[in-house]
Design a protein around this ligand. Structure first.
Ligand SMILES: Cc1cc2nc3c(=O)[nH]c(=O)nc-3n(C[C@H](O)[C@H](O)[C@H](O)COP(=O)(O)OP(=O)(O)OC[C@H]3O[C@@H](n4cnc5c(N)ncnc54)[C@H](O)[C@@H]3O)c2cc1C
Length: 416
């Protein structure tokens, strides 16, 4: 029997170490930062606390869980990573402290797979060391980000250089990044629309790359920038992957990156469910505790079932991502797409229910729920909007039925 959900003693030990590290190092530091309002009042002390946590994570052997050992990482597969991410994301600083946060984590995978040796040494090495930061610049205000074949930022070759002009926005981390992976239209008449774009690595700051603003969002201004690109000159050596492979590279990057988001969202949903239950056990109304009321039990039960579904979907999708390393014919796109859609919506529903059970307190900023809800809304359209995933899932399901006479292949291709 090959299906076994128990963890090996080694992996159980890693999970326990991450949980212990978050409880004993990250949470107390987070508390000190909040209590002292260090982020606003004392930047030096704030950065000192942040870097101190990172040094402690490295010292504890909990650095770069997603990267191979030769890059200083823990060398975990995606199933193993699911455990680590879901523990780390119990604290908002956790993934950053372990150096497995978006967008750097996805960019590391991309550079590892697509970079030349020289590009890896120059960009991947410092990213892994924690001395560089990166961003991924694809979305544009003028065209639908859901359809990258519409990208207008364009480049032409001038000798050894590419000259690039265009407009990007919502580029996370761009304000702090030391380099960007920039998606540019380079091909006028590609064989297929998906072969029009090319990726380039851009050193930051660079002439021709201007940060217009950090966009204020419903969860505050948190480093998602609008970028104007005017005659930016990039040496041909800075091309990442081949000409016309930008779409492919984006898709390659998004698979594991989407799943890593799901792993972190599970942690957030679990926190919300814990809070929902805790509140229901401590709030009395109309003759009994909230926990004793069927209406509240339904909210708890629905959340528990959905969280369970989410965990199974993420584990199975992660298993397929790992399986592809051994057998290239394995395709995990459908499972990652279904997991991303389901987990993003589950997260929004569970936090919403937790707020409901907390009443006015849940709406206040005295608990983390309001902030978590503002963050969670983003999950339903970024990295593939709900409707785009549904469109692809439906296409695959119809395709499976028309070719096999059964939809079975499109529902995870599981042995039941
Ligand atoms: C917090 C945050 C961080 C981000 N970080 C980055 C980043 O680092 N780098 C980057 O490049 N981008 C980033 N983005 C942008 C994100 O990837 C885009 O928002 C996303 O790809 C959707 O593109 P769009 O906003 O242009 O929406 P659109 O493509 O205009 O879509 C809007 C809506 O239209 C509907 N829709 C679109 N297509 C279809 C369809 N085929 N069928 C049915 N309905 C459809 C959906 O409801 C969708 O939500 C970020 C966004 C946010 C909010």
């Amino acid at each position: 029997m090959a299906i076994d959900f128990s963890l090996s003693p080694d992996l159980e030990a890693i999970r326990a170490r991450v949980r212990g590290f978050i409880d004993e190092v990250v949470r107390p530091t987070e508390q000190r930062i909040d209590d002292g309002r260090l982020r606003d009042t004392d930047k030096r002390a704030y950065y000192g606390e942040l870097l101190g946590m990172r040094a402690a994570a490295r010292g504890a052997g909990l650095w770069l869980p997603h990267m191979p050992a030769e890059w200083g990482g823990m060398g975990l597969g995606h199933v193993e990573l699911a455990m680590v991410q879901a523990e780390a994301a119990k604290s908002s600083f956790g993934p950053w402290v372990l150096n497995c946060q978006a967008p750097d984590e996805g960019n590391m995978h991309t550079l590892l797979h697509w970079g030349t040796d020289a590009q890896k040494e120059k960009y991947l090495r410092p990213l892994c060391e924690g001395t560089a930061m990166s961003c991924f610049a694809m979305t544009e205000p003028e065209v639908a980000g859901s359809d990258p074949t519409l990208i207008r930022t364009s480049g032409y070759q001038d000798g050894d250089e590419w000259v690039i002009s265009g407009h990007k926005w919502f580029i996370s981390n761009a304000h702090r990044a030391t380099f960007a992976i920039l998606i540019v239209r380079t091909e006028d008449n590609p064989d297929i629309p998906q072969a029009a774009n090319t990726a380039f690595i851009v050193d930051l700051p660079s002439d021709g790359w201007t940060e217009v603003r950090q966009i204020e969002t419903m969860h505050g201004g948190t480093g998602h920038s609008e970028i104007l690109i005017e005659d930016l000159r990039v040496h041909a050596d800075q091309m990442l992957g081949g000409r016309g492979q930008g779409h492919l590279l984006g898709q390659y990057r998004l698979g594991p990156a989407r799943l890593a988001h799901c792993m972190r969202w599970i942690a957030q949903a679990e926190t919300a469910l814990d809070m929902m239950v805790d509140r229901s056990l401590n709030r009395f109304s109309h003759g009994s505790l909230l926990a004793e009321k069927q209406g509240i039990q339904w909210l708890i039960a629905d959340s528990a079932m959905e969280l369970y579904q989410a965990k199974l979907m993420v584990l199975h999708a992660a298993y397929k991502v790992d399986a592809k390393q051994r057998d290239d014919s394995v395709d995990f796109t459908a499972e990652v797409s279904m997991a991303k859609h389901f987990v993003a919506n589950m997260l929004n529903r569970v936090i919403d229910r937790a707020i409901q059970v907390h009443g006015a307190l849940g709406y206040s900023t005295d608990t983390p729920l309001a902030h978590m809800y503002q963050h969670a809304r983003w999950a339903r359209f970024a990295d593939g909007a709900d409707e785009v995933h549904q469109m692809r899932i439906a296409q695959r399901t119809i395709g499976a039925y028309t070719s096999d006479g059964s939809t079975r292949r499109a529902t995870g291709n599981l042995p039941i």
